[in-house]
Design a protein around this ligand. Structure first.
Ligand code: NDP
Length: 449
């Protein structure tokens, strides 16, 4: 059994049966048995099922939002936004089923065409920070392509994904197509990685476990998509709308209490505007409402666990510019924290995955790009400037998969999301994700008499 806790109250909210290798193998066997019939389902019917699931998520919007808020400790307003995105993602992939085309290629003596074939059984391993969202990013394209699925949610946060599994059955997905298996990463996750009947692993989590996924997948030449950590830069030039950039910056790093692979946790500021921006940023961070996730106006909740809070605290030893307030009493709270750093300090290099942002000055455009790229990661980032040419020059020069100009947004159902360097590879969301859940098959038909 595993105990599921509300991180805001430290209360037990569920006891979950923890699956072992036997249960994992049984789920893979069910998914394997369901695959031939599922891949043969007419595209319009597959789309209809995905749309029905999207509608069920909409109908259970408040219930799913409450589950996610209590299990992850995220403010209810944010949880509602995330569940809204889950429905949009299933709607998007319902529409994508019959738009994932093959090609015909001019060749001599016949017709050459390509097909997008499903892979078979796909294993999915998801983290605790955005459990339902990340599950939908993987389930949507995998099911649209005609794969069957075994999904392992994080042990700390299985509740919303287990409920989604029930809704998938209610939507009418045939038995065995969507299998949710709750259990430990080192047991269920590891078995999925090694299982000869699993064709691919879609993984989101730490870079360290991502490395284990790659190593383990080598044994059966499994396909892998890895969405790993980040240390994204929020680059503020002196000519930017500083008020807007500073008002937005706290949400880009303290949202989800900083437990976000896209967190812009390095705030790079052009020296000429550094003091003014720091002042504005402190003011904006002071306004952040930290408190009970069930309170409609809360903007930041606690961290996921006591152990994670210790890890986050271990990073903060430098020049603290600002430390916010936290509620007293139970819960794994950690204050919104701003520190001043140099580009090579630990706090500026390693992923904290908590509400800690490092302010780093830069001299000019070249210096900004150099510092932004001085990271093993390359997931997300922002550029704030009124100079359009510079915005695009810097956007092209930063080695990262997702960038926003004069904005801090990273994810939309219709646009590709994923990392460069040790932030992983493969793309989620948009039509791009379909490539990760299908194989290209080339067929030549001789037409010569
Ligand atoms: P992990 O990478 O350990 O967990 C992510 C998922 O992988 C969970 O479902 C976990 O299962 C599973 N897992 C763990 N070990 C194995 C294994 N040996 N084989 C297969 N699956 C495994 O992340 P943590 O929860 O430990 O978080 C640590 C750090 O990772 C964070 O501080 C952050 O830096 C980063 N992280 C990044 C995320 C992102 O969005 N890119 C998300 C989460 C974490 P289980 O938890 O059930 O053991």
């Amino acid at each position: 059994m595993s105990t599921v806790v509300n991180p805001a109250t430290e209360e037990t909210i569920a006891e979950i049966e923890s699956a072992g290798v036997e249960e994992t193998d049984a789920a893979v066997a069910r998914a394997k048995a369901a695959f031939p019939a599922w891949r043969a389902v007419a595209p319009a019917d597959r789309a209809r099922l995905l749309r029905r699931l999207a509608t069920l998520v909409e109908e259970h919007h408040e219930e799913l939002s409450r589950i996610e808020s209590r299990n992850v400790g995220k403010p209810i307003a944010g949880a509602r936004g995330e569940v809204g995105m889950v429905a949009q993602v299933f709607h998007f992939y319902a529409g994508a089923v019959d738009k994932h085309h093959g090609e015909t290629i001019p060749v001599a003596g016949g017709v050459d065409m390509t097909f997008r074939e499903p892979l078979g059984v796909v294993g999915m391993i998801t983290p605790w920070n955005f459990p339902l969202n990340i599950a939908s990013w993987k389930l949507g394209p995998a099911l649209a392509c005609g794969n069957t699925v075994v999904l392992k949610p994080a042990e700390l946060t299985p509740l919303s994904t287990l409920r989604l599994g029930e809704l998938a059955l209610e939507a009418g997905f045939p038995e065995g197509v969507v299998n949710i298996v709750a259990g430990k990463g080192s047991v269920v996750g590891q078995r999925l990685i090694e299982h000869p009947d699993v064709a691919k692993i879609g993984f989101t989590g730490s870079t360290e476990v991502g490395q284990q996924v790659m190593r383990g997948a080598a044994g059966t030449i499994k396909r892998v998509t890895l969405e790993l950590g980040g240390k994204s830069a929020n680059v503020i030039f002196a000519d930017a709308d500083l008020e807007r950039a500073a008002a937005a910056a706290p949400y880009a790093v303290f949202d989800n209490a900083g437990q976000d692979c896209c967190a812009r946790s390095r705030i790079l500021v052009e020296r000429a505007a550094y003091d003014r921006f720091a002042e504005l940023l402190i003011d904006a961070t002071r306004k952040l409402k930290v408190g009970d996730p069930e309170d409609e106006s809360s903007e930041m909740g606690p961290l996921i666990s006591a152990q994670h809070r210790e890890t986050v605290a271990s990073f903060v030893d430098g020049a603290v510019l600002f430390k916010g307030e936290i509620p007293e009493g139970k819960g794994y709270w950690y204050p919104a924290t701003l520190v001043e750093a140099r580009a090579d300090d630990r706090i500026a290099r390693d992923e904290v995955f908590g509400p800690v942002a490092a302010l780093i000055p830069f001299d000019d455009e070249a210096d900004a790009v150099r510092i932004a790229n001085a990271s093993q990661y390359g997931l997300s980032g922002s550029i704030w400037t009124r100079d359009g040419g510079r915005a695009f020059r810097v956007a092209r020069a930063i080695d990262t998969g997702v960038l926003s100009i004069n904005s801090n947004s990273s994810v939309r159902p219709s646009t590709p999301f994923g990392g460069f360097k040790q932030s992983g590879f493969g793309r989620e969301l948009g039509m791009h994700a379909l490539a990760g859940y299908s194989e290209v098959k080339n067929v030549y038909y001789a037409t010569e008499a």
